[in-house]
Design a protein around this ligand. Structure first.
Ligand SMILES: [Zn+2]
Length: 155
């Protein structure tokens, strides 16, 4: 088992070959993180197995802290129990979610402005080209990432 690769790998485990997938890096300690999707759960990350506490992943979920934003990835060590390391990790996650919320607000304001004045100031480039092309399908998909629909901008 290698802990320095982003490639899929296989390990021999209890007489069988098991897939190990790279998931990303821990947001606090930058340790590489892996999942073993064939290990029972949809994405098994059991720190008691070969991954150990430093390479098994754990998610911080915004909803659990009454915030919004994408899940933030940590290793099991950095995001377990209520110790000092956990508090540091949680702070990193909360800063990420606050940034997302600010970005969401700024983006909404910029899109509102666009629909009123056709002013593209503050509109992310990828969104600007969708508006230019009147690409409704891509636009709706983009807005859905922020839990928005076009109705949010009408009137
Ligand atoms: Zn970590």
């Amino acid at each position: 088992m290698k802990f320095n690769t982003t490639e899929n790998q296989y390990i021999d485990d209890m007489g069988g070959h098991r897939l190990v997938q790279y998931m990303g890096r821990c947001e606090r300690c930058k340790s590489t993180l892996y999942a073993m999707p064939e290990g029972g759960g949809a994405f098994d990350s059991d720190p008691r197995g070969v991954l150990g506490v430093n390479h098994a992943y754990s998610w911080a979920t915004a909803k659990d802290y009454d915030m919004t934003g994408p899940k933030v990835l940590f290793c099991y060590y950095c995001f377990q129990d209520n110790n000092e390391t956990y508090q540091k990790s949680l702070k990193i996650a909360k800063e990420r979610w606050k940034m997302e919320e600010r970005m969401k607000d700024e983006t909404i304001n910029a899109i509102r402005e666009y629909f009123v004045q056709r002013n593209t100031h503050g509109i992310p480039l990828e969104l600007e080209s969708m508006l230019d092309r009147n690409d409704r399908t891509s636009l709706l998909k983009w807005l859905a990432r922020y839990n928005l629909t076009l109705e949010d901008f009408e009137n």
